[in-house]
Design a protein around this ligand. Structure first.
Ligand SMILES: [Zn+2]
Length: 692
């Protein structure tokens, strides 16, 4: 690349521009062609913004091959190239209200208008596709590629169930040739499953759902794509031959929908920047309840004639802008790597970090997953790393950014060969990617089991937290679970303990006594039998009614239960063949910890069967727990948080945020008397006229 030697551009700017171009081009190639993103969106955006600013300040710096002039990279070998008859757009980005305001003002100034209606759409974190239909039949599907040229992925896209192979409607209604555009994505709920399957077969895990959607779409063998649960939302028309098009973007979406193309139902109109900001705030709130990733909101001027008047600046349309959510990634220093021993003996490495804000939360530790992940990514103490936080998920360390500037004495991390708690040699299982301490007498495992046993979702013994769970075994008070129920004989000894005191000891002993009446399902979950979660514990409880009943269950009987898989069945049988476990159950029964489950079998024909409920607020006739038990007894599900899948929100007095959320998500809200009629008489509440 050559620059005029007379140029007034500072050398530093020239050097920086070349450097940024190199980095962005490389990242694009890795992202678009190799499916192996090198760095996250936030950093990509930062580099792109910096380069754009440089080129804006010094227009002479612009080169035809600058990544600001083209988005993405050429298609990989193996797919036919497709030239888009109408280029696929990229959008300019804004990151705050001022950015939205400035964009809107520029558009209005350009049009010399006071206002122009807009449409706000969720910005789905997936891959853009253009699908051409000839006479209503799908002919070709192409990736966006660099916007001008993409890849022909027709065979793969045909496997996506939400993509119509034939458009609905009369021949006269559908133009002879029409291109539908949208975003293909992998649902979040399927991402973890897909990664687990990949790791089992020795393939590297995908970094995020978008990365996996891209990988799935670009399988050379479309039968592989068919196994991936890809999904798609449509949001625009591309090339059209013949026939009138609707006059607004909003109407376009309705038409696409009528033809059978799935559109996103969150989409809303806005008439001012204030309304746009309210929509953005709402998108931020619903973000975590969605089963797909979004990274912002796209704002478009609704009128298509205004859109065509507005046209483009470079590649970016003047009539649309993308508002990007603040990045939920951050860079920090990995201060140290620690290893925890879990209650199943799994050694879990975690990172102690220089505390850093990520998406509004200060993060000081993050998971490093397992030994293989550390080796693959070469995480070392002292590295600069990118950490990521997505919703409620435990923060994770994504990658190292300082590989090239490590001090000379930097060493790869050595995963311990021995259990950090008991010193027993560890065993590494390749297919689970887990390193374990298999010493059944490992103190760390027992301490974790004790903590789990006492936890809220299990036996709910307040006062038996992390610290006391360590102290009691270490001082010889407890050497198995049943010993907890023998502690009341040792009150005097407990009073001698450091930091315990009379009140704490008595509270602990009372909490232990109270836990005897916890339901059987909680006790089963509390025992920490591997692969028995709280849900399978409920199934087992309803079917076998008591510890004795369960202990005598055969593998065949267990397998026959709805909701219990072969893994759980064989784990349980194995559990009871171990003498100590058998003894533990007998001891618990003898100590009077022997809850009986007398829940009647759910009635399959009750209309509540299979429905999902959330109970909130104060009810008059019963407690919330009682209401939840009634729901479960009838075969319904009672969950803690309102999502789009919630069928009914039962709202008592002083219902708060859950009621607000239900109204926002348009969930059917019922009061206590409707709920009781529903439960008692099987009368499904009807919904008043919706005011949509
Ligand atoms: Zn151990």
């Amino acid at each position: 690349m050559q620059f005029d030697s007379d140029s007034s551009i500072p050398d530093a700017a020239i050097v920086r521009a070349i450097q940024l171009r190199g980095e962005i081009n490389r990242a694009n190639r890795l992202y678009y062609v190799e499916n192996a993103p090198e760095f996250g969106d936030a950093e990509w955006d930062a580099r792109m913004q910096e380069l754009l600013a440089l080129e804006q300040a010094h227009p002479e710096l612009k080169t035809p091959d600058s990544p600001t002039q083209r988005v993405g990279a050429p298609p990989a070998a193996g797919f036919n190239e497709v030239v888009h008859p109408v280029p696929m757009l990229s959008l300019g980005n804004v990151f705050d209200e001022d950015g939205v305001r400035a964009w809107y003002k520029r558009a209005l100034d350009f049009l010399e208008l006071e206002s122009a209606p807009m449409v706000c759409e969720l910005k789905i974190d997936g891959l853009a596709l253009a699908i051409t239909y000839r006479n209503g039949v799908m002919e070709r599907a192409a990736t966006r590629g660099d916007g001008e040229r993409g890849e022909d992925v027709t065979a793969n896209v045909r496997t996506i169930r939400s993509v119509p192979l034939k458009l609905d409607g009369q021949a006269d209604d559908i133009p002879p040739v029409i291109e539908l555009r949208g975003e293909v994505f992998l649902p979040n709920s399927r991402f973890a499953t897909l990664n687990a399957e990949r790791e089992k077969t020795g393939l590297p895990a995908y970094v995020n759902p978008r990365n996996s959607a891209s990988g799935s779409l670009r399988q050379l063998d479309s039968t592989e794509t068919a196994k991936r649960p890809l999904d798609m939302f449509f949001y625009a028309l591309g090339y059209i031959e013949g026939t009138d098009v609707p006059s607004s973007h909003w109407d376009t979406l309705q038409v696409i929908n009528k033809w059978g193309g799935r559109t996103n139902d969150w989409t809303r109109k806005a008439n001012s920047v204030e309304e746009v900001m309210a929509a953005i705030a709402n998108a931020g709130e619903v973000r975590e309840s969605l089963d797909y990733g979004i990274d912002g909101v796209v704002i478009k001027i609704d009128s298509l004639s205004l859109q065509s008047r507005l046209g483009f600046v470079g590649r970016d349309p003047r009539w649309a802008i993308a508002y990007k959510f603040p990045a939920e990634q951050a860079e920090t220093t990995l201060k140290a790597i620690h290893v925890n021993v879990g209650r199943t003996g799994a050694l879990t490495p975690w990172a102690e970090l220089e505390p850093v804000m990520v998406g509004g939360v200060t993060i000081g530790r993050a998971t490093l997953h397992n030994k293989d992940e550390i080796a693959r990514k070469d995480f070392r103490e002292g590295d600069r790393v990118i950490i990521q936080r997505a919703g409620d998920v435990i923060p994770q360390v994504v990658e190292v950014t300082s590989k090239n500037i490590r001090p000379a004495d930097s060493q790869p991390y050595q995963f311990p060969d021995a259990c950090p708690s008991c010193g027993a040699p560890t065993v590494h299982s390749e297919d689970e990617a887990v390193t374990r301490c298999v010493n059944t007498a490992c103190p760390a495992q027992f301490e974790r089991l004790l903590e789990h046993f006492a936890s809220r979702g299990a036996m709910d013994i307040e006062g038996l937290g992390e610290r006391v769970s360590q102290v009691l075994p270490r001082l010889g008070f407890v050497s198995n679970i049943a010993d907890i129920y023998r502690l009341h004989d040792r009150r005097e000894d407990l009073l001698e303990l450091d930091k315990m005191g009379e009140t704490r000891v008595d509270n602990l002993l009372n909490a232990i006594e109270a836990s005897r009446t916890q339901p059987l399902s909680k006790l089963l979950f509390a025992l920490g039998i591997s692969s028995i979660g709280s849900e399978s514990a409920e199934w087992l409880s309803h079917r076998f009614h008591s510890l004795t009943g369960l202990k005598e269950a055969t593998e065949e009987e267990l397998r026959a239960i709805d909701g219990i898989g072969p893994v759980v069945a064989s784990t349980l049988v194995d559990y009871f063949t171990v003498e100590q476990n058998h003894q533990l159950i007998d001891d618990l029964i003898e100590l009077g910890v022997n809850p009986i489950d007398d829940t009647p079998e759910p009635s399959a024909d009750h209309p509540a069967n299979g429905m999902t409920f959330v109970v909130t607020g104060r009810l008059e006739a019963m407690s919330r727990s009682e209401a939840q038990n009634r729901i479960k007894a009838l075969g319904g599900k009672a969950t803690g948080s309102v999502t789009k899948k919630t069928n009914f929100l039962v709202a008592g007095a002083e219902a708060g945020s859950k009621l607000d959320k239900a109204q926002r998500l348009d969930v059917h809200v019922i009061n206590e008397s409707e709920f009781i009629k529903f439960m008692d008489d099987g009368i499904t509440p009807t919904r008043p006229e919706s005011d949509v």
